[in-house]
Design a protein around this ligand. Structure first.
Ligand SMILES: Nc1ncnc2c1ncn2[C@@H]1O[C@H](COP(=O)(O)OP(=O)(O)O)[C@@H](O)[C@H]1O
Ligand SMILES: [Mg+2]
Length: 266
């Protein structure tokens, strides 16, 4: 079933999709994530901001099952869960798009779309015909000019690789999407495409954590923003409640804007 065909009407947008509570993670002596709590609602984009080393990726990798948490709680749609592996995260509808566009370079786009989740025929062979047909539909939906889907992805442009990465999230019905600097490797046109896609996914009820350093993207795409510094959460605000200077003050100095209320929900 394709992501954009799925039924989103039944989603209760008043309850958090994700609740991270007092999450901690240390690497040796480095407290990478130090007691962070943040929520994400259906159809909401929460921008996760902070300098390099602030702990953003580590926090998201725990949600994605790439790292184990040291302590804290994760709730998905109100249920306490333990996400120990990437496949456990995927089973919860959590998909990740990394800045490095992590793809298997020697495989083609179809194989990358289905990597680890291949469709088999009833004789237990790879159902290439099915996978290619499905892949073509998803890719074309994102980029009409993307037809060379059978060449190794190392030969593709940044934008085409991003289409493959995002297609994995779409096709497997992500309800929670983590985008870790999704535009870092892209040109302006491709960046605009990712922005359009974020809006489309939002309308479908997908909740998105967006890690980015790009202030225009933050203000164009996010409903709330959460700033981290040295592993700690500085604060969480509605994007429309704060100015760019106030956001930069949080990122650089860890200083909360005076007289502005934090927001636990959109
Ligand atoms: N796998 C790892 N092993 C050791 N230290 C790590 C690892 N991943 C991240 N760190 C450290 O944790 C801190 C937070 O890093 P990270 O989550 O990547 O920050 P951000 O994504 O905000 O740039 C940094 O000090 C970083 O060096
Ligand atoms: Mg990072």
């Amino acid at each position: 079933m394709l992501g954009w065909d799925s039924e989103m009407n039944s989603i209760d947008t008043t309850k958090p999709l994700v609740e991270l509570r007092d999450i901690r993670k240390a690497f040796g002596g480095v407290q990478a994530v130090d007691g962070v709590s943040v929520n994400l609602y259906p159809g909401e984009v929460v921008a996760l901001l902070g300098h390099n080393g602030a702990g953003k990726s580590t926090l998201m990798k725990m949600l994605a099952g790439a790292y184990a948490i040291d302590s804290g709680e994760t709730l998905i749609a109100g249920e306490k869960v333990q996400i120990r592996t990437p496949s456990e995260a995927q089973a919860q509808g959590i998909e990740t798009i990394y800045q490095t566009l992590a793809l298997a370079d020697n495989l083609d786009s179809v194989s990358n779309l289905f990597l680890g989740r291949e469709k088999l025929t009833r004789w237990n062979t790879l159902d290439d015909h099915f996978m290619e047909g499905q892949a073509r539909k998803v890719f074309q939906r994102l980029n009409k000019n993307f037809t060379n889907i059978r060449v190794p992805v190392r030969r593709l442009s940044g934008g085409q690789r991003q289409v493959v990465a995002i297609s994995r999230a779409l096709y497997f019905n992500a309800r929670i999407l983590i985008m870790d600097e999704p535009c870092a490797a892209l040109g302006p046109e491709e960046t605009a495409m990712v922005g359009g896609l974020v809006k489309q996914l939002k309308a479908d009820g997908v909740g998105i954590f967006l890690i980015t350093h790009d202030m225009p993207d933050v203000f164009a795409l996010s409903d709330r923003l959460a700033v981290m510094k040295n592993g700690k959460l500085v604060g969480t605000y509605r994007t429309t409640d704060v100015t760019e200077d106030e956001v930069l003050g949080m990122i650089i100095a860890g200083k909360r804007p005076a007289g502005k209320a934090q927001a636990e929900h959109p």
